[in-house]
Design a protein around this ligand. Structure first.
Ligand code: HEC
Length: 99
């Protein structure tokens, strides 16, 4: 009996972990799609932006461009910063919500 209930708890724990994984695998070639941004995405986008976009030049100001221009800039710079499409999406969400 003890064994079974332990296994049950373990199975639940594993199920809980796997169901919380973000959607991955939908990367590259797709255009950047702006999904409904959660606060978590925005916070992560900010971190990605600050950590990756000031490496080769000064960190650009989010107010430098309008959203349309930012979209193409992020599209253009994401490969330079080695961001996945998903990460680029978060960076763009952060920028477009902050300017
Ligand atoms: C590997 C180096 C590198 C990384 C990382 C990088 N950039 Fe750049 N970035 C460049 C270079 C080089 C230019 C100048 C390109 C040119 O003018 O031909 C540039 C130009 C820019 C410009 C000016 C564009 C314009 O039209 O004036 C912006 C804005 C910019 N980057 C934003 C970003 C953002 C946002 C990120 C993070 C996602 C990023 N960069 C990451 C190398 C990088």
């Amino acid at each position: 009996m003890k064994r079974i209930s332990l296994f049950g708890i373990l199975a639940l724990a594993i199920a809980a972990c796997t169901s919380q994984k973000p959607n991955q695998g939908t990367t590259t070639e797709k255009p950047i799609v702006v999904t409904t941004s959660t606060n978590e995405n925005l916070a992560q986008g900010k971190v990605l932006f600050e950590n990756n976009c000031g490496k080769c030049h000064d960190l650009p100001s989010v107010t430098s461009f309008n959203d349309e221009k930012w979209k193409s800039v992020v599209d253009w710079m994401a490969p330079k910063a080695k961001l996945t499409a998903q990460q680029a999406d978060m960076v763009y969400s952060y920028i477009s919500n902050s300017n």
